[in-house]
Structures are given as C-alpha cells and as structure tokens.
Design a protein. Structure first.
Lengths: 382, 312
C-alpha cells in the first residue's frame, strides 16, 4: 500500500517538475499528429517535414511572443484507434494548439478529444466534414471536397473550354465529395456528364475501365485519386490511345505522379494548393526552403501543413498570448499570407481560399492559372 | 463489339497474372496443406527486386531473371526457417506464422525502399501494337507470353521428368513416395522455389504494367489468390489455372457492367462464397464427392478440409 503511494507521489512530483521545466525554458508546445508509419506514411512524413520547417523558420526569427516553439509529434499510424490515445497523450504534454496532418478518419476521431480539452485544432489535410462541426475549437486549412470539385468544373468549362466529361472517381470520402461538388457545378459551366465510374483505392490495373471509357469517347476525364492510382491510370489511358484531357485534384501534386506516369502525365491539369508560378515571397520562400530541407519538391500536403502553422503563429501573435482560448478567438479573425496564398476562416471555421491550377509540362508541375471565385468557392457555413 | 473484345483481352491479361500468383499458392497447399499467405510477400519482393536490378543495370531481362532467382532462394529460406520447424503443429500455427511473415516483408520493403514506392527510370517494354482495333501494350503481351511459357514449362516438368513425377507422387501419396526413396524435403524445397519464382515473375510484370512498386502491392493478391485456389478446388493445378482466367474475365466485365452493384475486389469473394455453398470441394476438384448437398452444407466443406486434412 505505502509503496503504491510513494510511486504516485514520485510520479506527481516528476510531472510537476516536467511542467515547470517547460515553462522555465519559455517554449510554447504545439502538437502535431499524422500517420508517420503504415500506409499514410508518405503524406505524413512530407507534412512533418513542412511542420518542422515552419517551426525552425519561426524560431530562427525569435519565436512567437518571445517564446520558442516546440513541436510535440505523435504517430497516428493512419488509424482512428491510435489517434485518440495519442491525442490524450499530447494534451498531457501541455500543448497549446494542435496541427493535424492526419487523414480524415484519425482526425475525425481525435477532434472531439481536443474540443473537450479546449485546445485549438487545425486540420491541414483531413476532408471529413464532421471535423469542423465538432465544435468551436476546430479549424480546417484545406478546402472540403465539394469546393474543390466545383473549382474543377470551372477549370474544364472556362479554362479548357471542353464539354463532354467522364467522371472517374476514387471510392474514398475525398473522391466522393469531389464528385458531388463537380456534379453540382457542372451545369453552370455547360458540362455534359457522359458517364461516371468509380474505382477502389487498391486498383492499379484499369484495363476494363479504360476499354469502356474509350467507347464513351469523352473530351475530358475528371480523374480523382492519388499519385499511386492516377499515375498508373493515366499511363494506361494514354497507351490505350485515349487522348482526352486529364483533370485531377490536389492529391496528384507530388512529383511521384509524374515519375510514375512519365510522358503520359504531360498536360494533366489539377486544382492545386501550390501556385508554382507565384511571385509572392511567402509561397516562393516556402517552396525553396522545403526543397532545400528535404531534397524533394513540395506537394499539397506539405504546403497545407505549413500554411496551418503559419495561420496558428499569426493568431498567436495577434492574441499576444499562447492561451488556447485566446488563440482560438484570434484564429477566427486572422487573415494571413501563407504558402498556399492569402487565407482566412468562415463562420464554420472552414478555410476561404482560391485554387491555383497546375499543369504538367516538361516533366514537372507548372503554373496553369487560378480559380478565384469567392461565390463558387464559398465553403459550407453550417 | 470492340468493347467486348477489349474487355476479354484485358480479362485474360489480368487472369494470366492471377494464374502466375495463384499457382504457387496452390502448389504449397497441395503439398503441405498450409495457406501460404506470405506468398504475396514474395510477389511484392519480386516486383521490387526486378525494378531495383533493372534500374541499376539498365537490363530488364537481367532484372526479371535475377528477381526470379533471388526470390526462389528467399522462398526456400522461408520454408526452411518459417515452416519446416512447425509443420507438425496444428494447421493454424503455420497459417499465423505465414501472416506474420507477410507483414514483416511488407514493412521491410517500406523501411528499405521508402513509403512512396519506386518507379522504373526507363519503363521497359514501352509501346503498343494494334490488334483487331485494340491497342495492346507490349508489357501486356509479355504477361500473356510469359504465363504461357512458364505454366507450360511447369506442366511438362511435372509430367515428363523424373523429378516432376516424384513431386506429383509426393503430393498424392507422401508416405508411399517417401518409402520409394523420394526425399520429401527436397521436393518441398523445389516446390517453394518454383512457386516463389512464379510469384516474382508476376510481381515484376505488375511493376512494369503500373510502372510502380509499393510496399503494400501484395495486399490484394494475398486474399484474391486465396479465393482463386478455393474456386479452383484447393491444391488442383488445372483448376487454379481455369479459376484464375475465369476470375480475370468476370472482373473485367463486372467492373464495367456491375460497377454500381459490386466492387471489383468483392467479385472474387462473391464467387468464392457461391462455390463454397454449392460445391464446397471447389469447381474443378478431381474425383467427385459422393456426399449429398445437405451433408456438404453442414460445414464439411473446403474450409474444414483445408484446416484438418494434412497428409504431410
């Protein structure tokens, strides 16, 4: 009995010392979670590199409100059941705000934990609509799928001037919301939906689908998916002799897409978060610094994560505090220039931003244009 | 018309890949009554090795052959270290070991080669020809040709050579074969070597077709090949071959005409469930079972047979 008691006291003492230590050093702890191992690892590690970069850049210029930032990282393994204990652990570590670069399902699971603890939570790449509806401490730095789908419809109708579209949708939350937004906006731009197909994220061989698409003879294929599905898909489309334009979403923004599809990737247009031709110092600076730090080109997840931290830091400066409640209040009205352009949040804490578009030319992503239409791209408000 | 022709061609190409993967699984099951899940790990390993060797040397032929040989050796090592020590345990023990090996291979590939997967620097077998209005890639033709060559070679080997006969004898009557002086151990090593080399060939070809190898590329084949060998009548080579081609075709047409009802990957399992219910010994198992339908439905099916009967 007494032994147990001593252990408790020792533990408590240690915890007090640890908390005190953190305060004495004058650091503000920022939580970060993403899938760093398992199937989500590619995106998770790219996001982590961007988060570390943002923290280093801020600390190099003296930190925020006189305090250095410290990133508290945990690996959600891309699984909701790992996200909740991890969330509790970093709350115990005394974080003041949390950045999620996790996918929808782990972020959806972690969100209520942070809402209950009243810690601001910024989802950088999770699309699940439930997240911002969890409560007033939740923010999202990436556009929900419907908004991006509408942007794609505008690209096809107004920039490419094409009519006959085939929808090829990946069977995930992300793909389905993109398709829903696309279909909603398609009539506004006079698009003719010839046919819709769906495929599973595990598919790499699209022979049968392509045979059907060839018979449909579309002008454009709106192909949503990831580099590991769309890369093989586009290569197979081209070698089967399909010449329709390919339009995709920001999930193709990594260089791997071009490496996989090779010559077939040329001419692919996506709605992106990265503006490759931007002159803005925030964007150019990020792209250069990221490439220097990681030896790889930035992709959408890294830019969005960097932008989430930029927003958080701007809000902390605005609030002149690292109190979670004050950060939350400041985030609501913060507008900042980030690696993905100028952004702010609406009533539901969904991000308001425009979509730069990119095209593959000469084996790399280049600027194509942008979709900047606040009415069309208005995020949901409830 | 051209759509139907096109779908048939695509179905046969996918079926050929399935056949190359499933035949190794059926061979191991026929011999040891072990569900060799880690076979899909050999498939992924083969894909990686083929790509790495090709990128390093610039020769795809070297990549393909090197990968098949290396993976054949890995298959034998896996049998020696993972299965041989636990063969006299109940069947679920090697099954669990096999699942563990599969996960270990997947995570090893992730650790060594990174999360993003790899692509060919210069994709081999690029280009396509037009046959009867269909464009067929050289890589797809190569899959068909390779499957025909490898599987006929296996057939000839099993029926025309002394070693092949010893192998077949071991499958049907292990004790009698052993008493005739056949080394069961050598036959098993041979079995794993051939099966793994075939899986490696399939892995390399899938890597070329997708221009992508990734750590989790074995995930789908691991369960689909299982469905195929059940369809084909567990352990039957001919049945496995027919079931593979059939599944390739069903998927090709299903993905086009049933896409709204049924996922492509669930077609294999829907077919497997139907077969288990109606003909639990598999579609193409050799001697007809004498039991009535009623008896079969009382779980005297392939599933139970798989887990109880092991003549090793």
């Amino acid at each position: 009995m007494s032994k147990k008691y001593i252990r408790w006291v020792a533990g408590l003492a240690l915890a007090v010392v640890a908390c005190h230590g953190a305060l004495a050093q004058g650091t503000t702890k920022i939580g970060f979670h993403a899938g760093l191992t398992g199937p989500a690892a590619a995106d998770g590690n790219a996001a982590l590199a961007a988060a570390k970069l943002a923290v280093e850049q801020t600390n190099a210029t003296g930190g925020v409100n006189g305090k250095k930032l410290e990133l508290v990282v945990y690996d959600d393994q891309g699984k909701p059941e790992q996200a909740v204990p991890g969330a509790n652990r970093i709350i115990g570590d005394g974080v003041r705000a949390v950045i999620s670069a996790g996918f929808s399902s782990p972020s959806r699971a972690a969100a209520p934990v942070f809402q209950k603890a009243q810690i601001p939570y910024l989802a950088a790449i999770a699309f699940a609509p439930e997240i911002t509806r969890t409560g007033n401490y939740m923010f999202r730095v990436t556009s929900v799928g419907e908004v991006q789908g509408r942007a794609a419809a505008k690209v096809i109708g107004s920039a490419l001037h094409k009519k006959r579209v085939v929808l090829l949708t990946i069977k995930t939350d992300f793909g389905k919301t993109l398709a829903a937004g696309f279909k909603e906006a398609a009539p506004k731009f006079g698009l003719d939906l010839v046919k819709e197909y769906e495929y599973a994220p595990s598919d790499r061989q699209f022979g049968p689908l392509i045979a059907s698409i060839k018979a449909d003879n579309p002008e454009v294929i709106y192909a949503t998916g990831f580099y590991f599905t769309a890369g093989p898909l586009v290569a197979q489309l081209r070698s089967a002799g399909v010449t329709a334009d390919i339009v995709g979403a920001e999930s193709l923004s990594s260089q791997q897409y071009i490496d996989i599809a090779g010559q077939a990737a040329e001419g692919t247009v996506i709605t992106n978060v990265i503006d490759w031709g931007s002159q803005l110092p925030e964007v150019v600076g990020f792209l250069k610094a990221y490439e220097a730090a990681t030896k790889t080109k930035a992709e959408a997840v890294s830019a969005s994560t960097h932008a989430a931290l930029t927003m958080l830091i701007a809000a902390m400066r605005k609030a002149n505090s690292d109190e979670p409640a004050k950060i939350r209040a400041a985030l609501e009205t913060t507008e900042a220039m980030t690696a993905i352009g100028r952004i702010s949040f609406n009533k539901l804490h969904e991000v308001k931003k425009s979509f730069p578009t990119s095209i593959v030319r000469d084996g790399r992503w280049q600027r194509f244009g942008s979709v900047d239409d606040p009415v069309l791209l208005a995020p949901p408000e409830q | 018309m051209s759509l139907i022709l096109n779908l048939t061609a695509q179905g046969l190409i996918n079926g050929a890949i399935y056949a190359l993967i499933a035949i190794g699984l059926a061979m191991v099951f026929g011999l040891l009554r072990v569900l060799h899940i880690a076979h899909a790990g050999m498939f992924a390993l083969g894909g990686y090795l083929g790509l790495v060797i090709t990128n390093a040397t610039g020769s795809f032929a070297l990549g393909l052959v090197g990968s098949m040989i290396a993976v054949a050796v890995c298959g034998m090592v896996m049998y020696r270290l993972c299965y041989e020590p636990i063969l006299d345990q109940p069947p679920y023990v090697p099954l669990i070991a096999s699942v563990g090996m599969f996960l270990a291979i997947e995570e090893m590939l992730r650790l060594v080669f990174g999360d993003h997967g790899l692509s060919y620097r210069v994709p081999p077998l690029a280009g396509a020809i037009t046959v009867a209005g269909m464009r067929i890639k050289f890589a797809e033709l190569a899959v068909l040709v390779m499957a025909i060559i490898l599987l006929s070679a296996l057939g000839l080997f099993a029926t025309r050579t002394r070693i092949g006969m010893a192998w077949r004898a071991t499958v049907s009557e292990p004790r009698m074969a052993a008493s005739c002086g056949i080394s069961l151990r050598k036959v098993r090593f041979l079995n794993f070597a051939i099966g793994s080399a075939f899986a490696a060939a399939a892995g390399v070809m899938v890597g070329v077709l997708n221009n992508l190898v990734e750590p989790s590329m074995g995930a789908v084949p691991s369960y689909k090949a299982l469905a195929i060998i059940v369809l084909g009548g567990l352990g039957s080579m001919g049945g496995t071959l027919i079931a593979s081609l059939l599944l390739g075709l069903i998927e090709a047409f299903g993905a086009t005409y049933l896409a709204n009802l049924l996922d492509r990957d669930s077609i294999a399992f829907a077919a497997m469930l139907c077969v288990l219910l109606v003909k639990p010994e598999g579609l193409f198992s050799g001697p007809k079972n004498q039991r009535s339908l009623l008896e079969r439905l009382q779980l005297k099916g392939a599933a139970q047979w798989a887990l109880t009967k092991r003549p090793s």
